[in-house]
Design a protein around this ligand. Structure first.
Ligand code: SAH
Length: 260
């Protein structure tokens, strides 16, 4: 039987119009779509009615086991000769384990291609009115994970992350937000450095919370933000008031002292 193939496709952060033309074409051509918890309902609606859909959402606590299952599922689906689209939130190669899936496919001789997507750092900051770089505010950007094993501390070089001239974007940062902001301040980041959290970015459910490194954990807890939420820290967040072009949803919190 002819060997099928797998397309690892980035779905972007949620707004279906942020899909690439290539992603949209592959969604139409796919015979099976294996999708993540992070893929928005608006994007799932674009999958043709006759296409087989498999939900590969995973509870955080059984991440590893589930990942193995997803890897072998992709291989066995491709071996039935079908075009399999593995649809992942944001960009498959940014904290998405897409590269692990690609590695597994490569090792098992399954043809694959990868379609980049708009990562949530980019989509989330833009829809929150925050540029990732801005002359005079930030000369660079860093993407870091805020997730670590249970009962372990995050092993980041906090001193380098506390650089006031670099924008810091934290993925999966909600659970450890308290620890992250405390470590940054301990490493020298001023408590009044502007900081934001954007929940369900680029969707009609988007909420943004604007504050400072010192105030963000409390503001986020009070607003009850839940995953998926992206955290953006740095002077660029001070532009969020002026550049708020996408209407922030009800329940957003704007600490006026932090955004200009
Ligand atoms: N591959 C994805 C990231 C997966 S890690 C990407 O490129 O965006 C999961 C984390 O991504 C979440 O915990 C959250 O921090 C962020 N994220 C993904 N989608 C998001 C969204 N629509 N709004 C806010 N954050 C999002």
């Amino acid at each position: 039987m002819a060997l099928g193939r797998v397309a690892l496709v980035g779905a972007g952060p949620g707004d279906p119009e942020l899909l690439t033309v290539k992603a949209q074409r592959l969604l139409k051509e796919a015979e099976v779509v294996v999708f993540d918890r992070l893929v928005s309902p608006e994007i799932l609606n674009l999958i043709p009615a006759g296409t087989t859909r498999i939900y590969a959402g995973k509870a955080l606590s059984r991440h590893h086991l589930a990942q193995d299952e997803i890897n072998s599922l992709l291989v066995s689906l491709a071996r039935t000769g079908r075009l399999v689209v593995r649809l992942k939130g944001g960009d498959p190669f940014v904290f998405g384990r897409g590269s692990e899936e690609a590695e597994y496919l490569a090792r098992h001789g399954v043809p694959f291609e990868v379609v980049p997507g708009i990562t949530s750092a980019s989509g989330g900051s833009t829809y929150a009115g925050i540029p990732l770089t801005h002359r005079g505010h930030a000369t660079g950007v860093r993407y870091v994970t805020g997730h670590c094993k249970e009962n372990e501390d995050l092993a980041h070089d906090w001193r380098s992350l506390a650089d006031p001239d670099t924008t810091l974007v934290v993925y999966m940062g909600l659970t450890n937000l308290d620890q992250i902001t405390r470590q940054l301040m301990a490493a020298g980041m001023p408590a009044d450095t502007p900081a934001a959290a954007v929940e369900n970015a680029t969707t009609p459910r988007q909420r943004r919370v604007i504050g400072t490194v010192g105030s963000l954990p409390t503001l986020v807890a009070d607003a009850g933000l839940a995953p998926p939420t992206i955290v953006i820290i740095g002077k660029v967040v001070s532009l969020a008031g002026v550049l708020d072009w996408y209407q922030a949803g009800p329940g957003s919190v704007e600490d006026q002292s932090a955004s200009g």
